[in-house]
Design a binder for this molecule. Structure first.
Ligand code: HEM
Length: 404
């Protein structure tokens, strides 16, 4: 490679945010690029890096060629650069028809009606949170505001009692902070799974009105069976990083975007009907779930490069969402952007299960903040989480200046 180089397997290369310059170069010069193995890819294998929107789509929309599960003898599979033990067992790391089976059942819980039913409680909690923001001392917005609503939302979905919610959230944060190139630490997995089993036993005995209870009791039309404990535990463990962490990062990244583009904030305050397009732009701009990995099931060709069966293929949604072949002025944050064909929620069979919930949370948080008339300002240097998979802020120092 003759251009710039960033080791994408090293989470420390994401401590200043996403390496946009490198990807702009890749999209132009090496859209399907072979990344050599590094110290942070302990499986000892290199991987493909797909950066253009159209190529990313070609991979996502073709799960027979690019598997989310294992792909034969050579590799372990999964959706991270590093092979994952959960490959082939968890919703996002399986292929059809097993994936379809799991997804059909969890869809029975994630209905439009069930998601809309959360609106009132999330709005009430957000209003309280925003009311408590007072002029004066700086505070960490990422911790105090961004984390709260997604954590509450996922816990309401899962029927987790109020008293356990912050404890679960801390386990997840501790797991994700590890700059190891892997998303989740094993210690976290053990704790969360054991907690999940207790909750499943409880839901089986006493069905609640939460979405997780619906899923625990849902039956397959074909034979009347339900998801087993293993499948339910795995699903539970997936939802925290998949749901809470991504949305938290979108809220912090969205606020930072507004602070850096105050004219966009004024537009939203002046015209609250812009919230819908604003939310889509926040997801495009922040793309917190920045890449996924698939495994090639067969020899194939992508944009002129020969990919071999068993190769790891990573595709970078964040890069696709800044591709100027698709988006006009991709590096401008524009809350009126329309159309906005971002793939921040993925596409195809693994399209984000929680997209409607995430959109609801983002709408409530930003509409409430905009309505409040609070003038927020940056009170220090933002700090990023050292993670290459879920990119976002861990510290967003903000001060309430005054009421506008
Ligand atoms: C801004 C917030 C969010 C973003 C950016 C996001 C992004 C994504 C992306 C890109 C995928 C595709 C994965 C793949 O192709 O391998 C995905 C899948 C998924 N998301 Fe989200 N997500 C968000 C919020 C949520 C929420 C709130 C939930 C749960 C309530 C959730 C649950 C899931 C699940 C379970 C999957 C796997 C679906 C499957 O494999 O069939 N996500 N998400």
């Amino acid at each position: 490679m003759t251009g710039p180089y960033v080791d994408l397997s090293d989470s420390l290369n994401f401590v200043n945010g996403y390496p946009h310059e490198f990807f702009t170069w890749l999209r132009e010069h090496e859209p399907v690029y072979w990344h050599e193995p590094t110290a942070a890819t302990p499986d000892g294998e290199g991987f493909w890096v797909v950066s253009r929107y159209d190529d990313v789509n070609a991979v996502i929309m073709n799960p027979k060629t690019y598997s989310s599960d294992k792909a034969g003898e050579r590799t372990g599979g999964g959706t991270a650069i590093k092979d994952e033990v959960s490959a082939g067992r968890v919703l996002n790391q399986t292929d059809d028809p097993y994936h379809r089976r799991l997804r059909d059942l969890v869809n029975k819980g994630f209905t439009v009606k069930a998601i809309n039913a959360l609106e009132e409680e999330l709005s009430r909690r957000t209003a309280r949170l925003v009311e408590d923001l007072k002029a004066g001392e700086p505070f960490n917005f990422a911790e105090r505001v961004s984390r709260e609503i997604p954590t509450q939302a996922i816990c309401i979905v899962l029927g987790v009692p109020e008293s356990d919610r912050m404890m679960l959230c801390e386990w997840v944060e501790a797991g994700i902070e590890k700059p190891s190139g892997s998303v989740i630490s094993l210690d976290y997995v053990k704790k969360i799974r054991s907690y999940a089993q207790t909750l499943i036993d409880d839901k089986r005995a006493h069905r609640g009105d939460d979405i997780f209870s619906t899923i625990v009791h849902a039956e397959f039309e074909a034979d009347g069976s339900s998801l087993n404990d293993y499948e339910l535990r795995s699903f539970f463990s997936l939802l925290f990083p998949a749901g809470a962490e991504t949305t938290t990062r979108s809220i912090s990244g969205g606020l930072l975007a507004f602070l850096e583009h105050p004219e966009q904030w004024q537009r939203l305050q002046a015209d609250p009907t812009l919230i819908k397009t604003a939310v889509e732009e926040i997801v495009r701009w922040t793309t917190p779930s920045v890449y996924k990995r698939r495994t090639a099931t067969t020899d194939t060709v992508l944009s002129g490069r020969n990919i071999r069966a068993g190769d790891k293929v990573t595709f970078w949604e964040m890069s696709a969402n800044r591709d100027d072949a698709i988006f006009e002025r991709p590096f401008e944050f524009d809350i009126t952007r329309s159309p906005n064909r971002h793939i921040g929620f993925g596409a195809g069979v693994h399209f984000c299960l929680g997209a409607a919930l995430a959109r609801l949370e983002l709408s409530i948080v930003f509409a409430t903040l905009a309505r409040s008339g609070l003038a927020l300002e940056l009170a220090g240097e933002p700090e990023w989480v050292p993670n290459n998979r879920l990119v976002g802020l861990k510290n967003l120092p903000v001060r309430v200046a005054a009421k506008a």
